[in-house]
Design a protein around this ligand. Structure first.
Ligand code: GAR
Length: 250
């Protein structure tokens, strides 16, 4: 494929079949891009092996460990003298991020929201430390099961009005946002399921939609069948949407 390749970064949490579809599409020229890295919040995520096999740099930011550490620290169960050992990132402005975030409903209570935002910012700064040197054009979430706060988003989306983080979601948004799109679609009794590629904004699965595909759910289809039908469409849709970005069309 002619023309300059864009540089993309990928984040995953699990098996990485979408990552594989994107790797293959970059290799065979359906996407005019180079994958610079694959990061994961889960040590040992199977998708990391797929990246390594393709010669892609990998890294892990262990979210569970970081969240536990921040929790222990804030509840005073770390250190005898109760000194805080959690260092919030430079430039972290709780008031500003609290005002922008649309991930947690305000009536959940400020303590819970503040813990969420602080612990995620610690993890997100580690992600940024890994990501920044690569100078990517687009960050692709390929089954990354963590929400991203305004702290992180604002440090990737540095050009006003230009989204640079893409996500794939296993449902026809705006229906069934959250962590179990196919499960929610199936349990609701929908006759049509689908997947959505969208940009990340300050809410959960609320950003501008780039592409969608739908499939029929037949009588007798199990959740497993629904997932398989959906994933097969994801593997087509995601590379197409990334290529549209590479062409400056979205
Ligand atoms: C995919 O179905 C993707 O849509 C979903 O996780 C799966 C990852 O599969 N993503 C989300 O639910 C994001 N909230 P994979 O690891 O085999 O690509």
């Amino acid at each position: 494929m002619v023309g300059k390749k864009i540089k993309i970064g990928t984040l995953i949490s699990g098996g990485g079949t979408n990552l594989q579809a994107i790797i293959d599409s970059c290799t065979d020229g359906r996407i005019n891009a180079q994958i610079m890295f694959t990061g994961s919040d889960v040590p040992g995520a199977k998708g990391l092996e797929r990246a390594q096999k393709a010669g892609i740099d990998t890294f892990v930011v262990d979210y569970s460990k970081i969240i536990r550490h921040v929790k222990d620290d804030l509840t005073g169960s770390v250190g005898k003298n109760n000194m805080s050992s959690v260092i919030l990132p430079k430039g972290f402005n709780l008031e500003e991020i609290r005002a922008k975030q649309n991930l947690i409903n305000k009536d959940k209570g400020s303590e819970r929201i503040d813990f969420f935002l602080k612990s995620r910012a610690v993890a997100e700064q580690k992600l940024l430390d890994h990501i920044s040197p690569y100078e990517i054009d687009l960050l692709v979430l390929a089954g990354f099961m963590r929400t991203l706060t305004p702290y992180f988003i604002d440090r990737i989306n540095t050009v006003p009005g230009k989204f640079r983080i893409m996500n794939i979601h296993p449902a026809l948004l705006p229906s069934f946002p959250g962590t179990d799109g196919y499960g929610d679609t199936f349990r609701y009794g929908c006759k049509v399921g689908g997947c959505t590629v969208h940009y990340i904004d300050y809410g959960e699965d609320t950003g501008p939609i780039i592409g969608q595909r739908a499939f029929q759910i037949e009588d007798g289809d199990t959740l497993e069948v629904v997932k398989q039908k959906g994933l097969a469409l994801e593997w087509q849709l995601y590379p197409e949407c990334i290529q549209k970005f590479a062409q400056g069309l979205v």
